[in-house]
Each structure stands twice: as C-alpha cells, then as structure tokens.
Write a protein that binds this ligand. Structure first.
Ligand SMILES: Cc1cc2nc3c(=O)[nH]c(=O)nc-3n(C[C@H](O)[C@H](O)[C@H](O)COP(=O)(O)OP(=O)(O)OC[C@H]3O[C@@H](n4cnc5c(N)ncnc54)[C@H](O)[C@@H]3O)c2cc1C
Length: 640
C-alpha cells in the first residue's frame, strides 16, 4: 500500500526563504534558488553543452521541492538553440506543495512567470504515484513520483544522463543521502551519467563512491565553499533505442488510436489497419462511457492501476483539447453507491485511511449523494468529483487527428494474418496481399489479437455488453454519473444511457429486450421509485458491444512472448524470450477509457527507451508475459 500523501506546509524563514518545518531547513540558499540551480545543477552536470544534438536527455532529481531546478532547466532548454529534441525531467517528492502554495512561491521569481503558469495549470492532484506532465508540445516531459525517494527509486525505470542531488541538509535528512539511496540513483542512471550536489559532506562523497560514482570537489555557490560533481564509473543501465521509427497498428478502437497518437508524437510513421469503415464522431455512435478510479481500503495494485490510468487520461484529454481537438466529455462527477452496509463501511474506512484529496475521492451520505445527483438515490457512497463520462468516438477521432500526417489510417481493411521476415512484420489481407510492412507491429484489436499472434498461456474472453438509451421525457436523469452494479449517465442530447449487461459466451450482436430489462433492474437499484418501472424494455433502443477480458481483469500491454523458445531457468519477466518487434495493447475489459491512454504512453516510452510513466510493479502487472511466467513457475514448483 502507498503511504498517504501529506502535502508540504508552506512556511518561511526569517529572511523570507521558503522553509520546511518538518526538516528544520530552508528549501534553497537565501542568495537565490535559480542562481544555485544554474551553478550547481546545470553547470555541475555540464549542461547545456551535454544535451546538445541529443535526441533525448534525461535528468533525475531527488527532491522536487519548489520546482525551481525544473523551471531553471526548462528555461535553459528553451534558450538553447542546440537543445536536445526531448528533455525528460524525472523528480521525486514525498511532500509536494499544493498548487496554491506553488503559485505563491513562484510569484517571488517573476522571471519564470510564463513557465510557472504552465506548471501550475498542469499540476496534478496530490495523490501518491507517478504523474506525467508534458510541456512544449511534449518536448519537455516532467515525470513526478510522489513517494518516498528510496521506494520511488526502486520503482522507477529510467536511464538518467544527469542527476540533481537536491534535498535538505544531510544532517537533517540523512535518508536522502544514504548509501542505499545512492545505489538506487546509480541503478536509475545510464553508464557514464553525471551527478552534482551543493553538499560536499564527507558522508555524501562516501555514499556516492560506494554506489559507483567518482565524486570531485568544485567551487560551490556562495556562501558554500565547495560542491560536488560526480561521474558514474561502475554500472548503470543502457536505454533502449529504436532502429527505424515505423509501426503497424492493428485496430482503431480507443487502444489503437491512442498507440498511434503516442507513437506519431514521437516521430514514428504509423500504418493503422482497421477492418470497419470510419465512423464519424458526430454520427450515429451515441455511446458514452464512464471513467473513474477505484478506491480500496488497502490501496490495492488494482486501485493504484486505476489511479494511474485516471490521472494519465485526464492529462492526455486536457492536452488534446489544448491542441484544438474536439473531445465530447464532461468531468461532471461520478457517484459509486455502496451495494450494502458492509461496503459502505469499507468505503468510509478507505477514505479515512488513505487521506485522499476531496477532488479525487470522498465519502457522500445518501442525502449528500442525492444532492450531487439532483434526484433521490438509493444509498450513499464514494464521490469522485473529477470523474465523469466521455464519448469514445470523439476520443478516437481526436487522437487520429492529433497523430497528423505521420499516420496512414486504412479503414475498411482487415489484417487477416501477420508474418515476420527479414524486413520486419507484414500484415496481409484475406486474399494474401501485403497491406503494409514495418519493424514493429502493435496488436490493438481486443479479443482478436491472439488470433493474429497466438500465445498459449493467455486466455481472453469476449463478454457481451448491451446499453439502453432512456428518453429524457420519460425519465428524470441524474446530473452526474451514478454506479451501483450498473451505471446511469446524465441526459446527453435528449437521452440518458443505462447499462450494462455482462454476458459471457454470448456472441449475439443485436440488442434484445431481456438485456434492456436487466439494465432497468440495475437502474432501479440506483434510483428507487417509479422512474424505471415506467419504462417498457420492449420499447427501448440500445447498442451491443464486446469487452475483451483477461482472467485477472487487467489489460495486456507490452512485448509478446516467444513461447516456442527455450524458457530460462528461474524465469523472470525481464528474462522471458520475446517475439522481436511484436507488441500488444488489448484486453481492457470494462476500463478501456481509463487505461488505453496510459497503456499507449507506457508502450511508446518502452519502445523509445524513455523513463516509464508508472511504477515498475504496476507496469509488470500489465506485462503480457505474466501469464507465461506463472505457467512456468507452476510447472517448476515442487509440490509440498
Ligand atoms: C456495453 C459496454 C459498456 C462499456 N462501458 C465502459 C465504460 O463505461 N468505461 C470504460 O472505460 N469502458 C467501458 N467499456 C469497455 C470499453 O468499451 C473497452 O474497454 C474498449 O472499447 C476497448 O477498446 P479497444 O480499442 O481495446 O478495443 P475495441 O474497441 O474492440 O477495438 C478493436 C478494433 O480492432 C478492430 N479489429 C479487430 N480485428 C481486426 C483485424 N484483424 N484487422 C483490422 N481491424 C481489426 C475492430 O474492428 C475494432 O475496431 C464498455 C464495454 C461495453 C461492451
């Protein structure tokens, strides 16, 4: 479980420098944070010279604090005509400031006002985990890990070129300078990475040496006499680098559209193959889906994955909108009503234990919930104020448009077979004609992915789902989304949507009365009273779709395995043989809207060798290799 996040309280020392009461130390020297940042961290790491001409340069910082080092680095990147194409800045922070406090703190540095304003508007909800913020159209990427630094360094996957060792005085905050922490830093570095810090303490030098760095004293930033510069001379991890940036993506649902957009944003040429004709977003596709995180008392892996997906989705959708794309969505709020008293107790317990910010999740009594909804509800429950609904077709369209000219979208074109040869992967149509060829193929075609690339260890089920459209004049719809075993949406364009059936082993593509009746029963559990009873299931319209569901209800995102190759002894995900250039992003179950964007960013980051956008443990839980790994471990375990 992640520890609850406690924001940093804002306080100032007598000379007006921001001060941490928890550590009894100032955030930067009174002579000025930006000057120190330029002297110690930029010059100390050979910047800006070292990032010149690079496609990507990655900075790791051990304490985000006020974010001055980030603002200074971003500012230097903007001012440098020869800057790297993409700057990744990965920073750890256990006690982040609230947006309001950051605004106050940054007002003292007007030279950064335009950049600070962008940081403030992108500042995430203060919940534990990894947050990715993009600036400069995605060329400056800030990855914030709101977690204890030692824990975060174990969970982050990156290959840093430069490290900013910044934290409170080693005497007051020794954990941030310990040999263990430095070993974590070294593991997150590329071979030959540099590090710099304002501290020249003997213990810091020793900790750096023990982790494989060679530290040297240099003149410090006044009033400090010395500072340290160090180079990693032992160990480090090489970042992957793609050869040719060309990919085939099969399937133009929300997963395939997201992967195409994320790859094109990184300069890839993508051929997207979709067997259906293109459906216009403003056409008859009336479907809208719900997005909201899950909260559990133990902040389970599932809850953390939904949180990561939720935050990534919100950030991406805002970015698409800022880039001028027309998304149809509303963060009107989502109520998840407790099914019974036991669940209500668990919900209250979870909110009390996790100390989540109210904009993310809070508990609402039945009366409060009814007030949010504007109609009487059957129970109280969790209130997700920043969640809501989105039209999937508008999201697909927005992502395809954002992908721009690098995307070659082939609608009405089925990939009947894929094959690997010396020139990479080729997709063939039903007549055996080659559709397109590329070194990388991403299967984003839901339950049918395994038809193109069988994986014996994985079993995906297709689960039918039907939604019902409820005419506004016959039904008083809530103002927010309400869930309780099913869902009901506010009225959109004159009708509300209720759903959804969950029918295993049922391939019937046509809406049917019995599924409408089931949806009305779900509705009655949400909204007591006559509303549902007045609706005749036989008179309702609806649509049917199919979910692709893996046994653990988590999607499969990443490289597919080569199950015919010899399995390694003592297998781990990292050592499983993989099929060259073959990737998947499918089996999103009932949460494609929540997870498809995060999955696409994860896949694109992996292909580019960039820092991953989520904790390693969460990424591993999505790895398609997990099923083969389990099968191998079962086969080799000795029965007791
Ligand atoms: C009734 C219902 C309600 C739902 N409600 C929600 C909700 O509220 N919130 C939420 O997050 N999720 C919801 N879901 C789940 C969500 O719809 C899915 O998770 C999501 O659609 C998965 O997207 P996808 O891109 O992986 O797959 P799909 O949308 O199935 O897209 C796969 C695409 O691949 C194409 N394709 C397949 N094979 C080939 C081939 N060989 N060649 C070319 N193209 C191919 C298909 O035509 C299709 O367009 C719901 C699902 C249903 C059925």
């Amino acid at each position: 479980m992640s520890a609850p996040l406690v924001p940093a309280p804002l306080a100032f020392a007598a000379d007006g420098t921001p001060f941490s009461e928890a550590f009894g130390d100032v955030y930067h020297s009174a002579e000025g944070g930006p000057g120190q940042a330029r002297h110690v961290f930029l010059a100390g790491n050979g910047l800006p010279e070292r990032w010149r001409g690079r496609r990507r340069f990655t900075v790791l910082e051990t304490g985000f604090g006020l974010g001055l080092n980030f603002l200074v680095t971003w500012d230097a990147w903007r001012a440098d005509a020869g800057c790297c194409e993409r700057l990744h800045f990965v920073s750890l922070e256990k006690h982040p400031f609230t947006r309001h406090d950051l605004e106050q703190l940054h007002a003292r540095h007007p030279e950064f006002a335009p950049l600070a304003a962008q940081l403030h508007s992108a500042w995430p909800l203060l919940v534990p985990g990894v947050h990715r913020l993009e600036f400069e159209g995605g060329r400056v990427v800030l990855t914030l890990a709101f977690a204890d630094a030692t824990h975060a360094l174990r969970e982050l996957r990156l290959a840093a070129d430069a490290v900013f060792l910044d934290g409170f005085d080693p005497r007051r905050n020794p954990e941030l300078w310990s040999p263990e922490l430095m070993r974590g830093v070294a593991r997150a570095c590329a071979p030959g990475a540099t590090a710099a810090t304002w501290s020249a303490a003997a213990a810091v030098r020793e900790a750096l040496r023990s982790a494989g760095f060679e530290p040297q004293k240099h003149p410090g930033f006044a009033p400090k006499r010395d500072m340290l510069r160090a180079r990693l001379v032992r160990g480090g991890r090489e970042a992957a680098a793609p050869g040719e940036r060309r990919a085939l993506v099969v399937g133009a649902g929300i997963a395939g559209a997201a992967v195409s957009e994320r790859l094109c944003a990184r300069g890839w040429e993508v051929t997207l193959i979709e067997r259906q004709p293109r459906r216009p977003a403003d056409g008859p596709g009336r479907h809208a889906g719900v997005f909201h995180p899950v909260v559990t008392p133990d902040d389970s892996l599932f809850a953390r994955l939904t949180r990561a997906g939720f935050l990534a989705a919100l950030a991406r959708w805002h970015a698409l909108q800022s880039a001028g794309q027309a998304l149809v969505w509303d963060a009107c709020g989502v109520l998840q009503l407790a099914r019974d008293e036991r669940e209500e107790v668990a919900q209250r317990g979870a909110i009390a234990t996790l100390a989540l910010p109210p904009e993310y999740a809070q508990h609402a009594s039945r009366n409060e919930a009814s007030a949010y909804a504007g109609v009487p509800l059957a129970a109280g429950g969790l209130w997700f104020a920043s969640s809501g609904w989105i039209r999937p077709l508008s999201l697909i369209d927005a992502q395809l448009a954002a992908a721009g000219a690098r995307l070659d979208a082939r609608f009405g074109c089925e990939a009947a077979r894929i094959a690997h040869g010396p020139e990479g992967w080729t997709a063939f149509d039903r007549d055996g004609r080659a559709i397109a060829r590329a070194p990388v193929v991403v299967l984003a075609n839901a339950a049918e992915a395994l038809r193109l690339a069988p994986q014996r260890a994985i079993r995906i089920r297709r689960v039918r789902g039907q939604i019902s459209f409820l005419p506004r004049e016959r039904f008083a719809a809530p103002q927010v989304v309400v869930l309780r075993g099913g869902f009901v949406l506010p009225a959109l364009r004159g009708e509300s949507i209720a759903g959804a059936s969950y029918d295993f082993d049922d391939d019937d593509p046509s809406p049917r009365t019995s599924s409408h009746a089931g949806n009305l029963e779900r509705l009655a559990r949400i909204l007591p009273g006559a509303a549902a009873a007045q609706l005749d299931p036989a008179a309702l319209e609806g649509v049917v779709g199919f979910r692709a569901v893996a046994p653990d209800r988590l999607p499969l995102i990443g490289a597919l395995c080569d199950e015919d190759a010899a399995a390694p002894g003592n297998p781990r995900l990292a050592t499983l043989p993989r099929r060259e250039g073959l990737y998947g992003s499918f089996a999103f179950g009932s949460r494609g809207l929540l997870w498809a964007g995060l999955g696409a960013e994860l896949l694109a980051s992996h292909l580019e060798g960039e820092p991953l956008p989520l904790e390693a443990r969460l990424g591993d839980a999505l790895d398609p290799g997990r099923y083969w790994l389990r099968a191998l471990r079962r086969a080799t375990s000795v029965p007791a």
